[in-house]
Ligand binder design. Sequence first.
Ligand SMILES: [Mg+2]
Length: 389
Amino acid sequence: MSARVIMHADVDAFFASVEQAVNPAYRNKPVLVGGSGDRSVVMAASYEARRFGVHSAMPMSQARRLCPHAVHLPANGKLYRRYSRHVMRVFLDYTPLVEPISIDEAYLDVTGTERLFGPPLEVARMIKQRISSELGITVSIGMGRNRLLAKLASDWDKPDGLRWIRDEQLPHVLDELPVKRLPGIGQVAAGKLRELGVRTVGQLRSLSSSLLEQQFGKSGAYLYSASRGEGNDGVSFYSQPPLRKQVSEETTLAEDSADLSALHTLLLEMADNLARRLRKQGMLGRTVMLKIRFPDFKTVSRSVTMLQPADTWQPIYHSAVELLDKLGLGGRSVRLIGIGVTNLSDQTADQLILFGDESVAQAGKLDTACDELILRYGDGVITQARRLR
Ligand SMILES: [Mg+2]
């Protein structure tokens, strides 16, 4: 069997590029996409705007100061969804193994597509060519034998990049790469590595696995293998999950309990799990149900419908706590507690992000980032502060 070839394809400055593709007057001009309220952030900045130091997730007010002549546009979710679907369809023309990571990026397993479409670089060129001619936007593509390498490669010479990190170049091709470029390395980890005298991936490789584990705990193993260009090569099938009517979780307590704070912690865990399941299925839930069973097996349930459908833990958790408060345990013990989310729709959160208020969008982004970390490091890495207490 030939070695695996994983591709990471990522549209360049997606929302801003779509706006420029649709409206020729915006081409070659700095474009900022995002709201205009006090708390608005930049959802996308064209490369012309990035030259002024603007980047996405920056407060819009700051971006406007840096680049006052930029074209400032509200997000047009419907339009971006349409482009996203088209991009994903192009990917699917070359392999059924397409795993979308966000609205504008995906991993593709192109191992063995050679007979049909030619060598991997040829496949990458065809995809780039089609997206550019059919949609008028550019995509950066990176390839390697695993997801880590593919992602590093696609970031390498963005925009409109194309790079294949080949096995025989490993691990030394990564030597000069700043450690910050490794996925999952945030400010804190980068700072800690700097204290250890490590700025580049090559320097990171010189640290022993025991030192890394001692300094970074569970993530130490990731750093050790990432510095060697090793990583996960799995890509899941892109499929439409069947539309479900509800998702729910319940827990029977080890001991009957009336401890509100312990119950809140359980609700938080369940809300987090449910939100993750919703996101995985691309669904939003609008109604939250709380189920309580008392030691005498009497069971009650209460529900509340939220103002906005959600796929993040915060609104689900807060609704469940509110229901519990209303129910008023009055010191009674609880045997079982559960949450259900119903009234599901299969809109994806992206639509909500684009149309809803930005605090919801931010929560969504944070949760998606957490999902990625959990995928990468396994469960238990990310825990809300409350659970740690
Ligand atoms: Mg992108």
